[in-house]
Write a protein that binds this ligand. Structure first.
Ligand SMILES: Nc1nc2c(ncn2[C@@H]2O[C@H](COP(=O)(O)OP(=O)(O)OP(=O)(O)O)[C@@H](O)[C@H]2O)c(=O)[nH]1
Ligand SMILES: [Mg+2]
Length: 237
Protein backbone atom coordinates (compact mmCIF):
# COMPACT_ATOMS: atom_id res chain seq x y z
CA UNK A 1 0.00 0.00 0.00
CA UNK A 2 1.45 3.35 -1.04
CA UNK A 3 -0.55 5.80 1.04
CA UNK A 4 -2.77 6.00 4.12
CA UNK A 5 -4.80 9.13 4.87
CA UNK A 6 -5.67 9.49 8.55
CA UNK A 7 -8.77 11.55 9.30
CA UNK A 8 -9.52 12.12 13.02
CA UNK A 9 -13.13 13.16 13.59
CA UNK A 10 -15.25 14.43 16.39
CA UNK A 11 -18.69 15.71 15.40
CA UNK A 12 -17.83 16.28 11.75
CA UNK A 13 -21.07 14.91 10.30
CA UNK A 14 -21.51 17.97 8.07
CA UNK A 15 -18.15 17.65 6.36
CA UNK A 16 -16.80 14.14 6.56
CA UNK A 17 -18.44 12.40 3.62
CA UNK A 18 -17.86 15.39 1.34
CA UNK A 19 -14.20 15.37 2.40
CA UNK A 20 -13.72 11.62 1.99
CA UNK A 21 -15.37 11.82 -1.45
CA UNK A 22 -13.07 14.64 -2.54
CA UNK A 23 -9.96 12.87 -1.26
CA UNK A 24 -11.09 9.60 -2.86
CA UNK A 25 -11.55 11.26 -6.27
CA UNK A 26 -8.15 12.96 -6.03
CA UNK A 27 -6.40 9.70 -5.11
CA UNK A 28 -8.30 7.58 -7.59
CA UNK A 29 -6.76 9.70 -10.35
CA UNK A 30 -3.25 9.00 -9.04
CA UNK A 31 -1.12 5.97 -9.89
CA UNK A 32 -1.05 4.68 -6.31
CA UNK A 33 -2.74 2.34 -3.89
CA UNK A 34 -4.38 4.02 -0.93
CA UNK A 35 -6.67 3.77 2.07
CA UNK A 36 -8.61 6.46 3.90
CA UNK A 37 -8.97 5.80 7.63
CA UNK A 38 -11.51 7.83 9.61
CA UNK A 39 -10.89 7.59 13.36
CA UNK A 40 -13.99 8.73 15.19
CA UNK A 41 -14.31 9.05 18.95
CA UNK A 42 -17.96 8.01 19.09
CA UNK A 43 -19.25 11.42 17.96
CA UNK A 44 -22.83 11.99 19.14
CA UNK A 45 -23.72 13.59 15.78
CA UNK A 46 -23.39 10.26 13.92
CA UNK A 47 -20.13 10.94 12.06
CA UNK A 48 -19.03 7.30 12.25
CA UNK A 49 -22.38 5.92 11.11
CA UNK A 50 -22.45 8.35 8.17
CA UNK A 51 -19.06 7.12 6.92
CA UNK A 52 -19.84 3.48 7.62
CA UNK A 53 -23.11 3.67 5.72
CA UNK A 54 -21.79 5.53 2.69
CA UNK A 55 -18.63 3.50 2.17
CA UNK A 56 -19.74 0.06 3.30
CA UNK A 57 -18.17 -2.59 1.06
CA UNK A 58 -15.37 -0.32 -0.14
CA UNK A 59 -12.14 -1.53 1.47
CA UNK A 60 -10.33 1.70 0.58
CA UNK A 61 -12.39 3.68 3.12
CA UNK A 62 -12.10 2.35 6.66
CA UNK A 63 -14.11 3.96 9.47
CA UNK A 64 -12.68 3.17 12.89
CA UNK A 65 -14.74 3.73 16.03
CA UNK A 66 -13.09 4.40 19.39
CA UNK A 67 -15.38 3.91 22.34
CA UNK A 68 -13.07 4.08 25.32
CA UNK A 69 -10.63 6.81 24.39
CA UNK A 70 -10.93 10.39 23.24
CA UNK A 71 -8.51 13.00 22.01
CA UNK A 72 -7.06 14.28 18.75
CA UNK A 73 -3.46 13.08 19.01
CA UNK A 74 -4.23 9.60 20.34
CA UNK A 75 -6.85 9.21 17.58
CA UNK A 76 -4.20 10.03 14.97
CA UNK A 77 -1.82 7.46 16.47
CA UNK A 78 -4.60 4.90 16.57
CA UNK A 79 -5.16 5.53 12.84
CA UNK A 80 -1.44 5.27 12.09
CA UNK A 81 -1.29 1.94 13.92
CA UNK A 82 -4.24 0.60 11.94
CA UNK A 83 -2.74 1.77 8.65
CA UNK A 84 -0.58 0.01 6.09
CA UNK A 85 0.66 2.78 3.80
CA UNK A 86 4.36 3.40 3.17
CA UNK A 87 3.44 7.08 3.39
CA UNK A 88 0.96 8.64 5.76
CA UNK A 89 -0.98 11.90 5.51
CA UNK A 90 -2.70 13.43 8.52
CA UNK A 91 -5.19 16.26 8.12
CA UNK A 92 -8.20 17.97 9.70
CA UNK A 93 -11.61 16.79 8.61
CA UNK A 94 -13.54 20.05 8.37
CA UNK A 95 -11.96 21.39 5.13
CA UNK A 96 -9.60 23.77 7.02
CA UNK A 97 -6.92 21.74 5.24
CA UNK A 98 -7.52 21.80 1.48
CA UNK A 99 -7.28 18.27 0.01
CA UNK A 100 -5.95 19.50 -3.33
CA UNK A 101 -2.44 19.58 -1.80
CA UNK A 102 -2.43 15.80 -1.35
CA UNK A 103 -0.81 14.89 -4.71
CA UNK A 104 1.98 17.41 -4.11
CA UNK A 105 2.58 16.10 -0.58
CA UNK A 106 2.86 12.57 -1.92
CA UNK A 107 5.21 13.52 -4.75
CA UNK A 108 7.51 15.69 -2.70
CA UNK A 109 8.02 13.07 0.00
CA UNK A 110 9.96 11.12 -2.61
CA UNK A 111 12.70 13.66 -1.83
CA UNK A 112 12.01 14.53 1.83
CA UNK A 113 11.03 12.38 4.79
CA UNK A 114 8.34 14.85 5.83
CA UNK A 115 6.28 17.43 3.95
CA UNK A 116 4.60 19.75 6.41
CA UNK A 117 2.04 22.36 5.42
CA UNK A 118 2.69 25.88 6.69
CA UNK A 119 0.62 29.02 6.88
CA UNK A 120 3.79 31.06 7.34
CA UNK A 121 5.83 30.45 4.20
CA UNK A 122 5.28 32.47 1.03
CA UNK A 123 1.89 31.60 -0.39
CA UNK A 124 0.51 30.38 2.93
CA UNK A 125 -2.26 31.94 5.01
CA UNK A 126 -5.62 31.57 6.65
CA UNK A 127 -8.94 32.61 5.17
CA UNK A 128 -10.57 31.81 8.48
CA UNK A 129 -9.43 34.24 11.16
CA UNK A 130 -6.92 37.12 11.13
CA UNK A 131 -6.71 36.96 14.90
CA UNK A 132 -5.74 33.29 14.89
CA UNK A 133 -3.38 33.81 11.96
CA UNK A 134 -1.34 36.45 13.80
CA UNK A 135 -1.68 34.80 17.20
CA UNK A 136 -0.34 31.54 15.86
CA UNK A 137 2.38 33.37 13.92
CA UNK A 138 3.68 35.00 17.10
CA UNK A 139 3.53 31.71 18.96
CA UNK A 140 5.44 29.98 16.16
CA UNK A 141 8.17 32.64 16.37
CA UNK A 142 8.39 31.88 20.08
CA UNK A 143 8.73 28.16 19.29
CA UNK A 144 11.39 28.97 16.71
CA UNK A 145 13.57 30.90 19.16
CA UNK A 146 12.91 28.72 22.19
CA UNK A 147 13.40 25.30 20.63
CA UNK A 148 15.50 26.34 17.62
CA UNK A 149 12.92 24.88 15.30
CA UNK A 150 13.41 25.65 11.64
CA UNK A 151 9.83 24.89 10.70
CA UNK A 152 7.66 28.02 10.51
CA UNK A 153 4.35 26.35 11.37
CA UNK A 154 4.48 23.88 14.24
CA UNK A 155 0.75 23.67 14.75
CA UNK A 156 -0.75 23.00 11.32
CA UNK A 157 -1.15 19.24 11.68
CA UNK A 158 -1.42 18.81 7.89
CA UNK A 159 1.51 16.69 6.83
CA UNK A 160 2.82 13.69 4.96
CA UNK A 161 5.61 11.43 6.15
CA UNK A 162 7.33 8.17 5.40
CA UNK A 163 6.07 5.53 7.82
CA UNK A 164 9.62 4.31 8.51
CA UNK A 165 10.55 7.50 10.40
CA UNK A 166 8.45 6.28 13.35
CA UNK A 167 10.17 2.89 13.41
CA UNK A 168 11.65 2.18 16.81
CA UNK A 169 10.29 5.39 18.37
CA UNK A 170 7.89 5.34 21.34
CA UNK A 171 5.20 7.14 19.31
CA UNK A 172 2.77 7.35 22.26
CA UNK A 173 5.21 9.78 23.89
CA UNK A 174 4.69 12.13 20.94
CA UNK A 175 1.06 11.56 20.02
CA UNK A 176 -0.90 12.66 23.07
CA UNK A 177 -2.87 15.77 23.92
CA UNK A 178 -4.28 18.07 21.25
CA UNK A 179 -2.39 20.10 18.61
CA UNK A 180 0.71 20.08 20.84
CA UNK A 181 1.58 16.61 19.52
CA UNK A 182 2.69 18.32 16.31
CA UNK A 183 5.25 20.47 18.15
CA UNK A 184 6.72 17.28 19.68
CA UNK A 185 6.63 15.47 16.33
CA UNK A 186 8.47 18.22 14.45
CA UNK A 187 10.91 18.74 17.32
CA UNK A 188 11.86 15.06 17.39
CA UNK A 189 12.16 14.82 13.62
CA UNK A 190 14.37 17.90 13.44
CA UNK A 191 16.60 16.58 16.19
CA UNK A 192 16.84 13.26 14.33
CA UNK A 193 17.80 15.28 11.22
CA UNK A 194 15.04 14.00 8.99
CA UNK A 195 14.76 16.16 5.87
CA UNK A 196 11.60 18.28 6.10
CA UNK A 197 10.07 20.60 3.53
CA UNK A 198 7.33 23.09 4.23
CA UNK A 199 4.55 23.53 1.68
CA UNK A 200 2.37 26.66 1.74
CA UNK A 201 -1.21 26.08 2.81
CA UNK A 202 -4.14 28.48 3.00
CA UNK A 203 -6.68 27.35 5.59
CA UNK A 204 -10.26 27.42 4.32
CA UNK A 205 -13.40 27.91 6.41
CA UNK A 206 -14.59 24.86 8.29
CA UNK A 207 -17.58 23.19 6.63
CA UNK A 208 -20.39 23.06 9.18
CA UNK A 209 -20.05 21.63 12.67
CA UNK A 210 -18.49 23.34 15.64
CA UNK A 211 -14.90 24.06 16.60
CA UNK A 212 -13.30 21.74 19.17
CA UNK A 213 -10.53 24.22 19.88
CA UNK A 214 -10.69 26.17 23.12
CA UNK A 215 -8.16 28.88 22.28
CA UNK A 216 -7.30 29.83 25.85
CA UNK A 217 -6.70 26.34 27.16
CA UNK A 218 -4.90 25.29 23.96
CA UNK A 219 -2.58 28.29 24.29
CA UNK A 220 -1.54 27.28 27.81
CA UNK A 221 -1.23 23.64 26.81
CA UNK A 222 1.01 24.54 23.86
CA UNK A 223 3.08 26.91 25.99
CA UNK A 224 3.52 24.17 28.60
CA UNK A 225 4.60 21.74 25.88
CA UNK A 226 7.30 24.11 24.60
CA UNK A 227 8.59 24.93 28.08
CA UNK A 228 8.69 21.27 29.09
CA UNK A 229 10.80 20.42 26.04
CA UNK A 230 13.05 23.41 26.67
CA UNK A 231 13.58 22.55 30.34
CA UNK A 232 14.20 18.87 29.61
CA UNK A 233 11.01 17.86 31.45
CA UNK A 234 9.78 16.04 28.36
CA UNK A 235 12.03 13.55 26.67
CA UNK A 236 11.40 10.89 24.10
CA UNK A 237 13.35 8.23 25.94
N1 LIG B 1 -10.94 11.65 16.80
C1 LIG B 1 -10.92 12.89 17.32
N2 LIG B 1 -10.82 13.96 16.51
C2 LIG B 1 -10.82 15.19 17.06
C3 LIG B 1 -10.94 15.41 18.46
N3 LIG B 1 -10.92 16.75 18.69
C4 LIG B 1 -10.80 17.34 17.49
N4 LIG B 1 -10.76 16.41 16.49
C5 LIG B 1 -10.60 16.65 15.05
O1 LIG B 1 -9.42 17.43 14.93
C6 LIG B 1 -9.54 18.35 13.86
C7 LIG B 1 -9.28 19.76 14.37
O2 LIG B 1 -10.35 20.19 15.19
P1 LIG B 1 -11.07 21.60 14.94
O3 LIG B 1 -12.26 21.74 15.83
O4 LIG B 1 -11.32 21.77 13.47
O5 LIG B 1 -9.96 22.61 15.43
P2 LIG B 1 -9.54 23.94 14.72
O6 LIG B 1 -9.24 23.68 13.28
O7 LIG B 1 -8.47 24.51 15.57
O8 LIG B 1 -10.85 24.82 14.88
P3 LIG B 1 -11.76 25.50 13.72
O9 LIG B 1 -11.10 26.77 13.37
O10 LIG B 1 -13.10 25.69 14.32
O11 LIG B 1 -11.82 24.55 12.56
C8 LIG B 1 -10.94 18.13 13.28
O12 LIG B 1 -10.82 17.24 12.20
C9 LIG B 1 -11.69 17.49 14.44
O13 LIG B 1 -12.79 16.70 14.04
C10 LIG B 1 -11.05 14.25 19.30
O14 LIG B 1 -11.17 14.33 20.52
N5 LIG B 1 -11.04 13.04 18.68
MG1 LIG C 1 -10.68 22.97 12.02
Amino acid sequence: MNLSIILPTYNEYDAINALVTEIYEILDAQPLTFEIIVVDDNSPDGTYEAVETKWRGNPRVRPVLRLNEKGLASAILHGIRQSEGEKIIVMDTDFNHPPNLIPLLVKITAYFDIASCSRYVIGGGMETSKFRYFGSKVFNKFVHYTLKMQTTDNLSGYFCFKREILDGLPAEKIFFGYGDYFIRFLYVMQRLKHPIIEIPVVYKDRLGGLSKTDLKSEFFQYLKTVLKIKLGLWKLS
